[in-house]
Design a binder for this molecule. Structure first.
Ligand code: ADP
Ligand code: MG
Length: 422
């Protein structure tokens, strides 16, 4: 029995190895890879059945539910069905009668995994593991029922006592927690690797673009100088007008390039005494065009004399990320209200939206790297915000109600504005 158990434990790791070899993260969601994964899980289930623990007659216990669950949960209903059909076909080859006994309970199991799958992406890892353990336990209880009815109908006796059967049950529940844990870790590892490569490539491209932008600026300045001389020397009104337009357009190009270079260059993290209302007003103006597209109105109420020690670019980045999230949470438009005030020795800045809000579970996961509910999201915005706010010894808190809206509250140590002026 121990040999069969060990073999089963070894076999169920085959789909994990396949997952490790995938080149793209989350590729399981594309149909072809999903089908390959479903087939692999089906074969794994069949292999589990080749080394079963024979309990009574052709009734056997094995770990085929694990690859079946993996395929249903992580790859989707179609790959899951492929695994299910392969597993049931192999089961009938190893004993048709027992397979028919197990079919209803297998179907209950498949339905419960599919039901769980709808909530799986939304919840925290711990809950996922508890969910998997409950399904694992359910699977084993159903198995024991089948065994009981099988023994009743055939009048035979189990080869193992209750202790052994309970031991196998405990092992199966433990494995149903360990395997999804490993799957989650592998998927996360693939995702991080993919994002690192992408970030590296983007970094290279942006450095290249910055150097080209820098090189282009010099000839533009020369051309502008000569155009200016020609304009000053020209008598013809029409030519002067043309040259004026050309100079204006060159200035615009220069302005765009400077802006890009400012954004691309590495910012030093030097802190300055910042006039918060000024920074907030600038940021709101920067974000307004994005808000207009989403039919969102930005309303700012800010006390005038608020000062804090921070890096301007970084603080602006925090405000932009929070505003962008609030706007994105209102796909049918709405309002974002921004309040900033001083409370004793703190500056409190509130960003309130009336968007889709978050469930307590989503709220708990905020700020976790790569946690996003958006198809094009990175899940890094709030991580960066929290790091920046933490560095300037402030706090960032979220209050949210699902379907009602979200409030992000930043608290910063207030600085004395008079010192800045002197
Ligand atoms: P991203 O915006 O790329 O998804 P973030 O770290 O900025 O990454 O946000 C993580 C997740 O937090 C979002 O995907 C969203 O689900 C949730 N979230 C953040 N802000 C809000 C908000 N104002 N309203 C509702 N959900 C929010
Ligand atoms: Mg964001």
């Amino acid at each position: 029995m121990v040999e069969e158990l060990l073999l089963n434990l070894f076999i169920i790791k085959i789909p994990l190895v396949l997952l490790l070899c995938l080149r793209r993260p989350l590729a399981l969601s594309d149909t072809r890879t999903g089908i390959v994964f479903g087939l692999c899980c089906g074969l794994t289930a069949a292999m589990c059945m080749m080394f079963p623990i024979q309990v009574v007659g052709d009734y056997q216990l094995d770990f085929r539910y694990i690859p079946l669950g993996m395929s249903m949960m992580f790859a989707g209903p179609l790959p899951g069905m492929i695994t299910f059909i392969l597993a049931e076909a192999s089961r009938s080859a190893f004993g048709l009668e027992a397979m028919l006994y197990e079919l209803p309970s297998d179907l209950i199991l498949v339905a419960s995994v599919l039901l769980l799958r709808r909530y799986y992406k939304e919840v925290s890892l711990i809950r996922k593991l508890w969910g998997s353990a409950i399904v694992g336990l359910l699977a084993y209880i159903l198995c024991l029922f089948n065994l009981y009815f099988y023994m009743e109908s055939t009048g035979s006796q189990s080869a193992y006592g209750i202790n052994v059967l309970l031991g196998i049950g405990a092992l199966r529940v433990a494995v149903s927690m360990i395997i999804p844990y490993l799957m989650e870790k592998i998927i996360l590892y693939n995702l991080i690797q993919h994002r690192l490569l992408k970030a590296e490539r983007l970094n290279m491209v942006s450095e290249l673009a910055a150097s080209i932008a820098h090189e282009v600026r010099n000839p533009l300045t020369v051309v502008r100088g000569f155009l200016q001389i020609m304009r000053n020397n020209s008598e013809d009104e029409k030519s002067r007008a043309y040259m004026n337009t050309s100079i204006e357009e060159l200035d615009r190009a220069e302005y765009i390039i400077s802006d890009y270079l400012n954004m691309a260059k590495h910012q030093d993290e030097k802190s300055d005494m910042l006039h918060i209302s000024e920074v907030l007003t600038q940021t709101v103006e920067l974000t307004r065009s994005f808000a207009v597209i989403g039919q969102v109105e930005l309303i700012l109420h800010c006390e005038k004399e608020l000062y804090a020690n921070a890096n301007k670019v970084q603080l602006q980045q925090v405000f932009i990320n929070l505003l962008k999230n609030a706007i994105e949470a209102m796909p049918r438009g709405g309002e974002v209200e921004i309040f900033a005030m001083r409370l004793e020795d703190q500056i409190v800045i509130n960003f309130s939206d009336n968007g889709e809000g978050m469930t307590p579970d989503q709220l708990r996961r905020l700020g976790t790297s790569y946690y996003t509910t958006k198809s094009t999201g990175t899940g890094l915005g709030l991580v960066v915000c929290m790091r920046i706010i933490h560095e300037i010894k402030g706090t960032l808190q979220f209050f949210s109600e699902f379907g009602q809206g979200t409030r992000a509250v930043i608290k910063l140590p207030a600085a004395d504005g008079v010192k800045m002026i002197s």
